[in-house]
Design a protein around this ligand. Structure first.
Ligand code: BES
Ligand code: ZN
Length: 585
């Protein structure tokens, strides 16, 4: 095999990057990074001894110069593939130890969002942040951008005066060339992360600091105060935390995800700050990734469920211990509803509803859905229910120990499980089948069943008054579509759902309302789409607006108006969905 990852030009007969030394100046005027990446090479394969080639991934980079062990090296930048970017091919002299590449990023780098002050919470300073998962590290630096290659890194990051720079690493104190960082553990490229803004910090645990813009700091510190309890619970389940710190960063409202498991610096959307700690499961999820994903990593995006399915399972194991099974089951029910909505959306592309994917030539961000997360979760839950909870936990620990700081394919995971838990489930059906297997685990608990029993009726006021945000989510997720117009109007007037300040409740309410033709919800949907850039909210709302002939044009107009404020990943994903909706008319 030469190129094992369909989304990377990395050739596995060539040397691998073992360490990155990165020197970066962030230029907010031109919206570019001016940088030098020194890649130290590992593995004294035959190619390296004899000299040969090194193929790296890049996207929209301007390569200024390349040296190998201090001498100029010949290089060639290939044509741009729309999904993969361009191959940078470097000619290595015999026994080369390191290459040094001087380059600049493009203002359109797909990893980076350069926010103007107006796009931040406080509106006073610009903000820069990266999102490298899935395949965007290559738009920030030339690298083997495949999760099958891991490297440690050190970095010096220069940013304008008044801004604080952070990375997915330990701070190594300010140096002459800006903020310095060091990540001693070997990580895949997609876990590289940087941010710079007007940021302040507060300690919220023995190994945790939360960083946020000044106006959000106090609220963020309160919302995420449970971080140490989550870490301690995870350690009891999965063994010692492998990273030096567990800091958190609150991003601007355009952040495209709920959270991102960047090592030592979890990125979080500000939409989690609900004021009642009702959305901290996302934090438990990102912390769980420190084991599932960051320690044991899916070998390519064809096996993405190995990251996300295990992490949803680990997240729910953590919250089961912290808040009990009854409450955790409510979240699993919302996850199940999200999965079913995605299965309906993907009805014409059943190959994208398998756990084992073949994404060659396909943009992994556009293909991403709840399948990896929630079908992956149900697969593991099915094994756990068949083998027994304690036995499955033992299996999970063995799995983490066996593949620690390595990468695995779904096939390797299944082989490992089959050997230890033979016959627990139909492994092949789960791995290769589309949709959900007939015997998929059913989510159920007394609290959950009480909400589900209401069905398409309005909850009585005394019942609803006692509901948590989770019960509201379960209720709304189970409502339809379609939901009778009378019920929607009644719910809205009784419970003011269109004015909900909890964004998770709001997205489920607005999705149900728009999908059932309740046009009174349209202005609130347009308002939300203009305020936040989180894909979990954008996807269902744009889909619903685009599906309805009365709001199709509005969806397009809203996107044109808002796209300048979204992260480049969100622009690509929503742009693709809108043109697909347009094409399927
Ligand atoms: N690693 C993901 C974010 C991600 C997903 C990045 C797909 C790129 C492609 C993160 O851990 C995640 O799963 N976030 C979820 C929330 C989580 C609680 C399910 C999200 O963003 O909504
Ligand atoms: Zn995740």
């Amino acid at each position: 095999m030469a190129r094992p990852d369909p989304h990377s030009f990395r050739d596995d007969t060539q040397p691998v990057v073992g360490h990155l030394s990165w020197d970066v100046r962030a230029d907010f005027r031109t919206r570019t990074l001016d940088a030098v990446a020194e890649l130290r090479l590992r593995s004294a394969g035959a190619t390296r001894r004899a000299g040969g080639l090194l193929d790296l991934d890049t996207r929209d980079l301007t390569i200024v110069s390349v040296t190998a062990d201090g001498a100029d090296a010949a290089f060639e930048l290939g044509p741009a593939d729309p999904v993969m970017g361009s191959r940078l091919r470097i000619a290595l002299p015999a026994a080369a130890a390191a290459v040094r590449i001087r380059y600049r990023t493009s203002p359109c780098s797909t990893a980076l969002q350069w926010c103007s002050p107006e796009q931040t919470a406080d509106g006073t300073h610009p903000f820069l942040y990266s999102q490298c998962q899935t395949i965007h590290a290559r738009s920030m630096l030339p690298v083997q951008d495949t999760p099958a290659v891991r490297f440690s890194y050190d970095a010096a990051l220069q940013v304008p005066a008044g801004l604080t720079a952070l990375m997915s690493a330990s701070a190594a104190g300010p140096g002459e060339r800006g903020f310095r960082f060091e990540q001693r553990q070997a990580i895949p490229a997609y876990l590289l992360a940087l941010a710079a803004g007007r940021l302040e910090r507060r300690e919220i645990g023995p190994r945790s600091t939360v960083w946020a813009e000044p106006s959000q700091l106090a609220a963020a510190a309160w919302e995420f105060a449970g971080v140490e309890q989550i870490l301690a619970t995870a350690e009891k389940l999965f063994g010692p935390y492998a990273w030096a710190r567990a800091d958190l960063l609150v991003l601007p409202p355009s952040y495209p995800y709920g959270g991102m498991e960047n090592p030592q610096l979890i990125f979080l959307t500000p939409t989690l700050i609900a004021g009642d700690r009702s959305l901290v499961t996302v934090l438990a999820h990102e912390i769980a990734h420190a084991w599932t994903g960051n320690l044991v990593t899916a070998a390519s995006l064809d096996h993405f469920w190995v990251n996300e399915g295990f992490t949803i399972f680990a997240e729910r194991a953590i919250t089961t211990r912290m808040i009990g099974r009854d409450l955790t089951e409510l979240r699993a029910a919302v996850g199940r509803a999200d999965l079913e909505a995605d299965l309906r959306y993907l009805a014409g592309q059943p190959e994208l509803t398998r756990l084992r994917l073949d994404l060659s030539g396909i943009d992994p961000d556009v293909a991403s859905s709840h399948v990896a997360l929630e079908k992956g979760y149900l697969f593991l839950r099915a094994i756990a229910e068949s083998a027994g909870a304690e036995r499955f936990l033992g299996f999970l620990r063995d799995y983490l120990a066996a593949f620690r700081f390595g990468s695995v394919t779904g096939e390797e995971v299944v082989a490992f499980a089959r050997e230890r838990l033979p016959g627990a489930v139909d492994y092949d059906e789960w791995l290769y089948g589309s949709g959900l297997p007939a015997g998929a685990p059913a989510v159920s608990s007394p609290l959950l069943d009480a909400v589900v029993a209401i069905g398409q009726a309005a909850p009585e006021p005394d019942v609803a008054a006692a509901w948590s945000a989770d019960e509201w989510q379960v209720y709304l997720a189970g409502l339809g579509p379609p939901v009778p117009a009378g019920l929607l109007a009644e719910l809205d007037s009784r419970y003011q759902l269109t004015a909900s300040s909890n964004p998770e409740i709001l997205r489920l309410w607005l999705t149900a309302a728009l999908n059932s033709g309740y046009t009174a919800a349209v202005p609130a949907a347009v308002d939300l789409l203009g305020r936040v850039g989180r894909l979990k909210f954008l996807k269902p709302l744009y889909d619903a607006l685009a599906r309805n002939p009365d709001t199709r044009v509005l969806a397009q107009e809203c996107f044109e108006r808002s796209r300048g404020r979204y992260h480049p990943i969100a622009v690509t994903v929503i742009g693709a969905r809108l043109s697909q909706a347009d094409g399927s008319r």
